[in-house]
Design a binder for this molecule. Sequence first.
Ligand SMILES: Cc1cc2nc3c(=O)[nH]c(=O)nc-3n(C[C@H](O)[C@H](O)[C@H](O)COP(=O)(O)O)c2cc1C
Length: 179
Amino acid sequence: MKALIINCSPVKTGATAKIAEIVNDELKDRYDTKCICIDDYDIAFCKGCRSCHKTARCVMEDDTLTVMNEFEEADIIICVSPSYWADIPGQFKSFIDRCTPWCNTHEPHAKIKPGKKGYAIALRTGPGMPECERIIGSIEHFYGHLEIECAGHLGLTSVEYKEEVEPRKQEIIEFCKAV
Ligand SMILES: Cc1cc2nc3c(=O)[nH]c(=O)nc-3n(C[C@H](O)[C@H](O)[C@H](O)COP(=O)(O)O)c2cc1C
């Protein structure tokens, strides 16, 4: 079984990356894991042209398809996203917008293989969980329209830098046990 872990932050060595690393360490004995960072891909903004509503394809060619090929390969997908202004980072939002060819609200639409499970981990610096829930909601909304089963989520508040992840390691390990 293959697990795709996505650092949805543009920061490659920050708190989000550290959480993704812990998840990878916890899953690698049970899954064939792959970690990617959304910022390593060239993904242009969606132009909202809606061509994909008729063709199930995007008019632009970039790394969106490369990332979706990683989704296709994976049995489980774990998106780890920080809060940027109480929402997912722009790079990740751009990717989701560009997944509109795969969105099941229009026909025809592109499809990935069924039976995949999706997990969401959100983190933020502030203390309140509702903001993490909003991030989780965005990720699970995306999973839903790709017909990826939402299988679990974790919110981590009061985390800014990677040094603040280590004291939260047990929470992440417990979450991983259910994956
Ligand atoms: C541009 C930007 C906006 C942020 N906005 C929020 C916010 O609205 N609420 C919050 O709790 N934390 C916010 N944060 C803090 C991040 O969620 C937090 O530092 C997280 O650990 C960042 O992980 P990263 O360094 O891996 O991207 C923001 C950070 C940045 C860089």
